[in-house]
Design a protein around this ligand. Structure first.
Ligand code: ADP
Ligand code: MG
Length: 232
């Protein structure tokens, strides 16, 4: 049995889009028959787990639809909630002893958590969401430094999130060249600013193809990774 791959959208900046991207990508991969597990360590918000609880409400997803999916063997991917310490302890076992293809970590908006550095050594691929503004940029660059310090071989990518149309193209180019200067891959796909509609549409059960497909294609086929994901 091959090891699960551990992927984290991670940034020092709260509200950058970590949980949103994790939901979009995990749910889309699940819809493509990839075996996904999400581990939510973002105490006390646990926004990922709360989203699943919401998605399972009869008013959001019809119980008949869930039942007919279950009859076909389609069960929404599991979401585990755990502390950072428990995660560090169990991750090596989960990734070697299950048939899960990809484990997504939904992480807190701070790296200043005990033992985060130990966790960094267990992540195979980290993707840092950047908003096109100065505070997010600084937080993202700090996040790059943190991972490079604690896991010198980790493949790091950056992705623009909440990108407005129009936006300051020159500023984007300049910041992007600083990010690339650290040896970090920058996604061509972006997550556009979608107003509050994204929060209303997003689901941990049903994919949002128009938001996720390009990002997932690039994640699988272009973004740097230790080993070929070979998921399809
Ligand atoms: N592309 C987007 N367009 C509009 N709102 C977004 C977008 N991405 C995320 N959001 C919203 O921004 C807020 C923070 O996003 P979230 O993914 O929870 O960030 P993080 O997990 O990094 O703290 C949420 O309310 C979310 O719905
Ligand atoms: Mg979050």
């Amino acid at each position: 049995m091959s090891q699960s791959k551990v992927i984290a959208f991670s940034s020092q900046k709260g509200g950058a889009g970590k949980t949103t991207l994790t939901q979009l990508v995990a749910t889309y991969l699940f819809s493509q028959q990839v075996k996904v597990l999400v581990i939510d360590t973002d105490f006390p918000q646990h926004s990922f787990s709360r989203s699943r609880q919401r998605d399972l409400l009869p008013s959001i997803t019809s119980p008949d639809l869930l039942a007919s999916m279950a009859e076909k063997g389609i069960v929404p991917y599991p979401i585990e909630t755990m502390t950072m310490d428990d995660l560090i302890r169990v991750l090596p076992h989960i990734r070697t002893s299950t048939n899960i293809d990809v484990i997504f970590l939904d992480l807190p908006g701070t790296l200043n958590v005990d033992n985060f550095a130990l966790l960094a050594k267990q992540i195979d691929q980290v993707i840092i969401p950047f908003e096109l503004e100065f505070k997010s940029f600084v937080a993202g660059m700090d996040t790059i430094d943190f991972y490079q310090l604690h896991n010198s071989t980790i493949p790091i990518s950056a992705i623009w999130t909440k990108l407005k149309t129009p936006h300051n193209v020159k500023m984007k180019e300049q910041l992007e060249s600083a990010i690339k200067g650290k040896g970090v891959y920058v996604f061509e796909s972006v997550l556009k600013e979608a107003g509050s509609s994204i929060a209303k549409q997003i689901s941990t059960i049903f994919p949002l193809k128009h938001f996720s497909q390009n990002i997932v294609d690039e994640l699988l086929n272009k973004a740097p990774t230790h080993t070929s994901m070979a998921l399809n």
